[in-house]
Ligand binder design. Structure first.
Ligand SMILES: Nc1ncnc2c1ncn2[C@@H]1O[C@H](COP(=O)(O)OP(=O)(O)OP(=O)(O)O)[C@@H](O)[C@H]1O
Length: 381
């Protein structure tokens, strides 16, 4: 796929900016805090409807403006699409595809596919389990947009179940007199939420297991190649609820059994302790956990291998090369890792690269790239 152009209106520090992409590789150069990452963030939003940097739309809109807009034209093997996203400070969004506003945001996902790689991605190895869960979830949404709906349903059930557990805990602590009546109503309500948690949670965990299964061998092959065949990467999915067979009924049964085991703990803590919101993904290098024992170099190799695997998996499943967004990462990679990355990209993936300096680039690369410079929210072609 190929992103032909993008227009930003009142988005971050851009007032009104059009960018025409003219080569497979575009290098966006500028000092810190000029708007390089903001441009990639706009593309990320069109791809996933999420930004990995903020959760509130207010921050995405130019200061003092009420609405912001991102518009882009994309060519795919089946034709061209015009994508538009309107952001409002109230948080209400409008997504428009080929000039038709879409009622379901899910229909917007999966049109522009992109893999993003930034220095923040080292957190994939070093950070909390939530970072790894978000990584798998974001990948799943691109591969299978309906997953965003599945995840939303699970989170809604989780929120409501947590609210009920909290309420039960509060009442227990207050030691109310009408305990018997409220107790039986609590039990039946909780029972209802247990089943909902099992149903929605099993959809999440089964899909996570499948995508990890698919990405594992791709990442292992890259890791082995980048490390000169000296390291073996293992990726293990450690679901909070263990299950063996990928069968909805059996997985739900495993959920209900674990909920029963942890019933007392949940009621004492007043929160849900069973479910995929507590999943972990473990990376080991030569059988040692990468998080605590991996050297900086090994961790970088691992993240690069994961990103290259994402690129390959997306390409395999969607049937054409996704975009690659490299946010200030090339300079951080040593010559070997840079070469591996550049060799893997070649000319197949449209790649957007931000950097503060051009001197770390291969001269051949610079020659074949479009170079844009950014200063204070203005892009010069
Ligand atoms: N909502 C907003 N309205 C106006 N300006 C904003 C808004 N959000 C961010 N900015 C500005 O955007 C700039 C940051 O841009 P960006 O994150 O793209 O930096 P960058 O060019 O990638 O630099 P670095 O190399 O430091 O990452 C800052 O000057 C910040 O004040």
């Amino acid at each position: 796929m190929y992103l032909k152009n993008i227009h930003l209106y009142s988005f971050r520090n851009y007032t009104d900016q059009t960018v025409q992409f003219k080569a497979q590789k575009t290098i966006i150069v500028g000092n810190n805090a000029q708007g390089k990452s903001n441009l990639l963030e706009a593309i990320e939003l069109l791809s996933t409807l999420k930004s990995h940097r903020v959760s509130r739309d207010r921050e995405l809109i130019l200061e003092d403006a009420q609405t912001g807009q991102i518009l882009a034209n994309l060519t795919r093997s089946y034709g061209t699409s015009e994508l538009a996203l309107i952001l409002r400070s109230s948080g209400r969004r409008t997504v428009i595809l080929n000039q038709e506003p879409l009622r379901r945001h899910i229909d917007f996902l999966g049109i522009l596919n992109a893999v993003q790689f930034s220095s923040l991605d080292l957190e994939l190895v070093r950070g909390a389990p939530e970072v790894r869960r978000n990584w798998v979830d974001t990948l799943l949404i691109q591969l299978e947009p309906v997953y965003s709906h599945i995840l939303q349903q699970y989170n809604q059930v989780l929120r409501q179940r947590n609210a009920l557990l909290k309420e039960i805990r509060k009442r227990e602590l207050a030691n109310q007199n009408d305990k018997t009546e409220s107790f039986s109503s609590d039990v039946s309500q909780l029972n209802l939420w247990d089943h909902q948690l099992a149903e929605t949670g099993s959809r999440v965990t089964r899909r996570r297991a499948r995508v990890i299964e698919r990405i594992r061998s791709l990442a292992q092959a890259w890791h082995s190649s980048i490390s000169g065949k000296t390291e073996i990467l293992q990726i293990k999915y450690l679901p909070n609820v263990n299950w063996i067979e990928d069968d909805p009924i059996q997985v739900q049964q495993a959920f209900l059994e674990k909920i029963e085991q942890r019933r007392l703990a949940e009621q004492q803590l007043g929160t849900t302790v069973v479910g995929p919101h507590r999943d972990e993904i473990e990376f080991t290098i030569n059988h040692t956990p990468a998080k605590s024992y991996g050297s900086q170099g090994q961790q970088r190799t691992l993240v690069l291998a994961l990103k290259l695997a994402e690129l390959k998996l997306l390409e395999e499943i969607i049937g054409e090369p996704p975009l690659l967004l490299l946010d200030d990462v090339l300079a951080e990679l040593d010559a070997n890792r840079q070469n591996q990355l550049l060799e893997a990209i070649q000319d197949r993936f449209q790649t957007l690269i931000t950097t503060t300096h051009l001197n770390s680039f291969d001269p051949q690369w610079l020659k074949s790239s479009q170079i844009l410079s950014v200063e204070k929210g203005q892009i010069c072609h």
